[in-house]
Design a protein around this ligand. Sequence first.
Ligand code: MSP
Length: 643
Amino acid sequence: MKEKFYITTAIAYTSRKPHIGNSYEIVLTDAIARYKRLQGYDVFFLTGTDEHGQKIEEIAKAENVSPKQYVDKIAGEIREICDLLNTTYDRFIRTTDEQHEKTVQKIFKKLYDNGDIYKSVYEGLYCTPCESFWTAAQVEDGKCPDCGRPVKPAQEEAYFLKLSKYQKQLEQFIEDNPDFIYPESRKKEMINNFIKPGLQDLCVSRTSFKWGIPVTFDDNHVIYVWIDALSNYITAIGYDPDGSSAEYKKYWPADVHIVGKDIVRFHTIYWPIMLMALGEPLPKKVFGHPWLLFGTDKMSKSRGNVIYADDLVKQFGVDAVRYYLLSEMPYTSDGSIMYETIIERFNSDLANTLGNLVNRTIAMSNKYFGGKVLAPTAKEELDDELSSLALETVGAVEKLMSEYRISDALNAIFTLARRSNKYIDETMPWALAKDEEKTERLGTVLYNLLESIRYLAVLLTPFMPDTATSIFEQLNTDVRSYESLSAFGRLVAGNNVGTATPLFSRIDAEKFLAELIKQQEEEQKKAETPKIEGLAEIDFDTFTKVELRVAEIKECEKIKKAKKLLRLVLDDGTGTPRQVVSGIATWYEPEALVGRKIVLVANLKPAKLCGVESCGMILAADCSETDVKLIFVDDMPNGARIR
Ligand code: MSP
């Protein structure tokens, strides 16, 4: 019987369309799941969406739709992106699924009945966007430690999970299972920052909003997101306090939860304790991966530096995006994404190293032998180097994958591709082809290359599945299994290869980037307000709809790819920084504006200018055809309404 392997991603919030950073996780998990399947495991791969909470309730309200309508839309987009990225999840759970909701209610009730959940009053500092309460010690300068936005004192009746009761048991578990929190650096962080200082009981219900799973025995309360969200890993496969499904019994405990570094805490402290309280086995491993940044910045809509998976797939193709994400992300430190580096890696690794190798080899097989694969009968010492490396690569990849060092595993595969290219340079098939006596040797050289390419295709299957299929088709071989890598030479001689089809065509970086800027400028033009010819009268009510406020410029910088634009971060008196893009770069240096106060149109619909989100507009006067001056209101308080 096949050994089971249950793997999960974190379930994504449905507050907005996910950016490429969020999408990294599903690709990473997919590569691991596919690799395990290739090795013969019975894999169950779970992903899904986390759909409850105050933030979603608020966004839906602002968009004039019901929370359910809103999450249906975003969950649909998230699933589309998972599919677009060619990920092979076995189930997509939504926390609004009826089955999930019912089971979470039962879980909550069971924990309450067992005395692990109790009712009390919560007092603390609350961050609304993060839906988190913080203690005074955790908060610095009145700002949320997670997102940096202001917190406010709050008090509410709530249910609590007794984390403190399980402190010792959790410590013991972590000690007995040294690989549970993985990698080591995250484990140290959890132990030193959260476990050692002592666990506080966790607030697990809310009365301040409605968009959550109701507590069955107390109408005022909804279950707070972490109990709801974390339970997905067991509800999805049929856990039920009254009797679980066969599927649950088969797959639980999870072999690995793949989660981002920011939520390792929830998965290695709250989740194990919830399971201990339920009397269920604990997951074997929680792998906390690093984050993908835009250059060195956190990707966020408010910073206007968001890149989306669907745009990238359109521009580069799905496997190139998968390759970039998987190879560029280091094991523990954060990775970075920028168009320039994507193109660089595309050209050097995919087009040159891999693409050329396959193309040259298939083309030479067709040219010199009419496509026929000859048996390797004229071996030379040099060949051993290639075949040994191919065999070693299988072992190296296996070890690296077992340690979740995905980018290192990919690098090992590409080392084999580079070695194969070197083998072409060393053996010079074109020279062998000129000498009739060397025909047998030429046949052997090409055989070795084709076999090495077959190794590459098998090994690349989990990472770049379409590319692997294309290589197999060009090789015209069905020998695609993992077991076929146990000996070098399994490619069947006597068959014919297919036609050479380029895998990746080089991208002209300059042309691509120029086109990108052009597109962004067009977007900007579209967003610009058309000039009004003559004066159209408006009534007073229409005027009062425009919300004008005093705002202070806290940060200001040029936007690299748009000569006319400045990006400003404003204090508009609400406490939440606001980003605005303004076409005033011709007239103002960024440094000169920091600290100045201007008039902000605060309720203008957000728009993207040159790919950067602008939430509002600042007022300026056209002093002449070529001169524009901002309206400064330096002695007014931030946020003051202008009427
Ligand atoms: N809903 C919670 C998870 C609940 S799991 C029971 C959540 N959702 S999220 O949408 O904010 O994040 C989903 C995953 O994406 C998390 O693992 C998070 O760490 C990860 N990432 C968010 N931004 C990321 C990058 N920029 N780069 C890589 N992963 C990132 O947290």
